[in-house]
Design a protein around this ligand. Structure first.
Ligand code: F6P
Length: 336
């Protein structure tokens, strides 16, 4: 039987297990053997793998994390590591490799394609939702739900104390999580890459102070959703800048890795399952046609339709936050 391989790489995302399950079950149904490499590309380089069968994927779809473990892999940044990874694929007679991860993981796929002739497929798996070629990445929906619930809770205590809260959300260098959670929770302020020029820090602080003062006159709380990596010095620095000018006691809550864990939402499970099956069908068609492997692609979904995008195109630019959200927020939904 032909062999397919899977690995999960980079920041884990809820729904990765659902994708693994779908790939394994679909592969077995098509008569393929399936193996999983552990710890992202490290397992490929160090030949740490396991055979995956229906028992391996039993009862995993509802769990966050990834049964194959994940890691970042600096060795994939140099030729020695990449060719070692390619050697493993040759040695194990693998026909196709599916990598579930984000843009760092896709750089690895791109590099691998120069050293190995088999079929390479990426599935978008990151809570950040910053990959072009898809509406949503696997894990984004769960992360937004988790952060939304957390900020709702912060709102309760913020209301009780008429307090200002800075809640920092993940997203690396993009504001998908910030805008989605900020709008979903009715945050008074969203500070993210798409709407903030941090070279104008003082101006932003002045505007915030004015909006906060107005809100406090109404005896209400004020929640700021801050994108990680945006503010120089981070959330605590913004906190100090706000506290410096007033008597109020602004609190900080960094949601952090909580956003990466937990049971995947049904949206993430469905998306991951759809993309996993689509990946196996794509491989099956190529293998049946016995055609040479095309350049690596990412399989995603846009408006409910499956899409195939060259990995090299996915890597050209990150998907921006829809401008309608940024504009609607700026014009109607923010505290003035
Ligand atoms: O890419 C997913 C992500 O959770 C980002 O949102 C965040 O910036 C980063 O990974 C954190 O990485 P680590 O877990 O290595 O600290």
């Amino acid at each position: 039987a032909q062999k397919l391989a899977i690995l999960t790489s980079g920041g884990d995302a809820p729904g990765m297990n659902s994708a693994i399950r779908a790939i394994v079950l679909a592969s077995l149904n098509k008569g393929y053997q399936c193996i999983g490499f552990y710890h992202g590309y490290n397992g490929l380089i160090e030949q740490q793998f396991t055979e995956l069968d229906e028992h391996s994927v039993n009862n995993i779809t509802q769990h966050g994390g990834t049964i194959l473990k994940s890691a970042r892999c600096p060795a994939m940044l140099n030729t020695a590591g990449i060719s070692q990874a390619a050697n493993t694929l040759r040695k194990l007679h693998i026909s196709a490799l599916i990598v579930i991860g984000g843009d760092g993981s896709f750089h690895g796929l791109d590099a691998l394609s120069e050293h190995w002739q088999g079929t390479l497929i990426g599935l978008p798996g990151t809570i950040d939702n910053d990959l072009s070629g898809c509406d949503h990445t696997i894990g984004f929906s769960t992360a937004v739900n988790t952060a939304t619930r957390a900020i709702d809770k912060i709102r309760d205590t913020a209301n009780a104390f008429e307090r200002v809260f800075i809640t920092e959300v993940m997203g690396r260098h993009s504001g998908h999580i910030a805008f989605n959670t900020g709008i979903a929770t009715g945050a008074e302020s969203i500070l993210s890459f798409e709407n903030c020029d941090v070279n104008k820090q003082q101006h932003i602080v002045t505007q915030l102070l004015a909006a906060i003062t107005e809100q406090r006159n109404k005896h209400a709380s004020f929640v700021i959703v801050l994108a990680e990596n945006l503010w120089p010095g981070g959330a605590s620095s913004l906190q100090a800048q706000l506290n410096q000018h007033t008597d109020f006691n602004c609190a900080v809550c960094i949601l952090g890795h909580i956003q990466r864990g937990g049971a995947p939402s049904s949206e993430d499970r469905m998306l991951a399952t759809t993309l996993g099956v689509a990946a196996v069908e794509y491989i099956d068609e190529l293998l049946l046609a016995a055609s040479s492997s095309p350049a690596p692609i990412m399989i995603g979904q846009i408006n409910g339709q499956l899409t195939q995008t060259l990995i090299s195109d996915v890597l050209k630019c990150n998907k921006p936050v829809a401008s309608k959200w940024v504009q609607q927020y700026q014009h109607y939904l923010s505290a003035k």
